[in-house]
Design a protein. Structure first.
Length: 599
């Protein structure tokens, strides 16, 4: 070895080491804290928690004076997240201090491999940490923490994302191309062109913000008939909100209150007019004056797909005490003269109808018209059950259905409405499976085994909401359903009817997607559907519980464990299956309705 060169070698090594240190130091200096409000010292600023699951608490905390407490409930895992601007092809370290059982920390949208880490149990504060590298075109990632279904609340604090900061986000430009579609009596559809860099949009009506959406369309609802409105839209992202777009005006139509011939609070019942069962046959003339809408059960299809509907008056061989056809028609006219409405109900448990072609749609219209004309009826009740809407599995947005079964049904009903005019009474009696269960599931997708037809009535109700006189969902034969409180409610008690009706009168995101909010119906369009006796269906509700539900919904008293999002004194009333079963049960249901103090 040449000893004379050792000092030079050492010097060179020292220079190399110092260069490495300098390089490492400069790399470390380039890393910045990118998580906004990771210590939750300014509340939930910057964070979005699913289903309102997150809250800021002052104890326990890991650092500072605040921490996150998030509570899973039902099918919600209490996920709290924020989107952060990053640089492509860069390395990042994500960490957080957590406390609780089954707490997860992760990042998605990395452009490479999304990452997560978790702990099954952290009785005291425990640090979770993971790293990731962004893809070649990645400019933002979503960081999150969440718990697990059915577990207690978890805590998170001092969440950190270290790495090179991305290019500053610019406030987006004002949207262009704002257009109003064909208005209804209480709604106006709006659409506009996408804005580069926008992550969301705000809709303004008369200068007041009324909607926040992620897409380029929205429907303004809750409007008054025959009224002009002005709308504008802004674009938003993490940098702020754009200026407002140019305004567009639209005037709602005049038909905003279908079914004005009904009393303020109405009782609806189904009359077994085409068949007999254990409840016995009830003549039309013997239906008490308590009933304001009488639905003739049922008009049934000649086949599932033909679209042809026939109504067969109950034969004497099956209904020994049946009146003559002439007396039946005369009794209908007498009911109408007394201010009652008599409708033909299409469907029922055995009446599956699938209007999968335009020919079936046209046959449906002509055959239903024939029944209405022959018996001099006031309108139509849609009571499709089972698989009548089964081809809805391809639809993912209730506002823009594509399934022929759905599209043709909507078209057929609108044609009937146009034919008979503003006095035409339209009611619907879907099962909770096809309406409220859309809060959890709707359209095609990995629903964990849940039938994707759940919520299949939503596009029909939404498209016909300006023509709809009354929606009375069957709050029975359904099992437990989750309400807006993310708790399951069981049939037969006041809470179930309160929770199910509150969803209709408040509106709800479908399948947990806040960009697809099913708008609230007007309270005069809504009645509660119940079985008239224990023999009439699962979920029979005692009169005292029915009254508690009405008290809570119309007066916000006697609400029990479920707290509504408002009170609706103009709630239309009750529906029951059926007049016949109520007679069998000594008219308990209708007598209770007559005695209820609405004000």
């Amino acid at each position: 070895m040449d000893r004379t060169r050792l000092p030079a070698a050492l010097a060179a090594a020292a220079l190399a080491i110092s260069g490495l240190v300098a390089t490492a130091a400069s790399a470390g200096a380039a890393d910045t804290e990118l998580a906004r409000n990771g210590g939750f010292e300014t509340g939930l600023d910057g964070w979005s928690c699913t289903a309102g699951s997150g809250a800021v608490v002052n104890s326990p905390v890991h650092g500072g004076s605040s921490a996150l407490k998030a509570t899973p409930a039902g099918s919600d895992n209490a996920k709290c997240s924020q989107t952060v601007t990053v640089k492509p092809n860069s390395d990042y370290t994500l960490s957080a201090w957590v406390q609780g059982s089954y707490v997860y920390l992760g990042a998605s949208g990395t452009g490479t491999s999304d990452v997560s880490t978790w702990t099954a149990s952290a009785p005291s504060w425990q640090k979770l940490s993971t790293t990731f590298r962004t893809g070649a075109s990645t400019t933002s990632v979503t960081i999150y923490t969440h718990g697990w279904y059915g577990t207690p609340a978890y805590g998170a604090d001092d969440l950190s994302l270290l790495g090179p900061g991305g290019d500053p986000v610019q406030t987006p430009a004002a949207p262009t191309g704002l257009t109003a579609g064909s208005p209804g009596s209480s709604s106006v559809p709006l659409s506009w062109s996408p804005v580069s860099g926008a992550t969301g949009y705000n809709v303004y009506r008369g200068g007041t913000k009324v909607h926040s959406v992620s897409g380029t369309s929205a429907t303004a609802t809750g409007l008054a008939p025959s009224t002009s409105y002005s709308f504008q839209v802004t674009a938003t992202n993490s940098a702020g909100e754009s200026p407002k777009s140019a305004a567009v005006s639209a005037t709602t139509t005049s038909g905003g209150n279908p079914g004005t011939g009904l009393p303020a609070h109405a009782l609806v019942g189904y009359l077994h007019a085409s068949f007999a069962n254990g409840s016995g046959y009830t003549r039309m003339a013997d239906v008490p004056d308590s009933w304001d809408i009488i639905n003739l059960a049922f008009g049934e299809p000649t086949s599932v797909t033909s679209g042809e509907i026939r109504f067969s008056f109950c034969p004497a061989s099956e209904c020994p005490n049946v009146e003559s056809l002439a007396d039946f028609k005369a009794a209908i006219k007498a009911k109408q003269a007394a201010g009652k409405k008599v409708l033909i109900s299409i469907g029922g448990a055995n009446g599956q109808v699938q209007l999968s072609t335009t020919a079936a749609r046209d046959t449906f219209v002509s055959s239903v018209s024939k029944i209405i004309d022959e018996y001099g009826l006031d309108g139509l009740d849609i009571d499709f059950e089972g698989h009548s809407l089964s081809l809805n599995t391809g639809d993912t947005d209730f506002r823009s259905p594509t399934s022929p079964v759905i599209v043709n049904l909507i078209s057929a009903v609108k044609t009937l409405k146009a034919k008979y005019g503003s006095d035409f009474v339209l009611t619907m009696a879907p099962e909770t499976f096809f309406v409220q269960l859309g809060y959890q599931y709707y359209g095609s997708g990995p629903w964990g085994g849940q039938d994707p037809r759940a919520g299949a009535y939503l596009p029909v109700i939404h498209a016909l909401r300006d023509d709809l006189t009354l929606l009375h969902v069957q709050d029975y034969n359904s099992g437990s359903i989750m309400g807006l409180d993310n708790q399951y409610h069981s049939m037969g008690g006041a809470d179930f009817h309160i929770a199910m009706t509150d969803m209709l009168l408040t509106g709800f995101p479908v399948a947990g997607d806040t960009t697809r909010v099913f708008p609230a119906l007007r309270p005069e369009q809504v009645a509660i559907g119940l079985p008239a006796s224990t023999q009439a269906g699962n979920g029979h509700t005692a009169p005292a519980e029915v009254n508690k539900a009405l008290d809570c919904l119309t007066k916000k008293v006697s609400c029990g464990s479920y707290q509504t999002h408002g009170s609706w004194p103009s709630l239309r009333g009750l529906m029951t299956w059926s007049v016949n079963w109520d007679r069998y049960n000594q008219w308990e249901f209708s007598k209770n309705f007559d005695a209820y103090p609405w004000s």
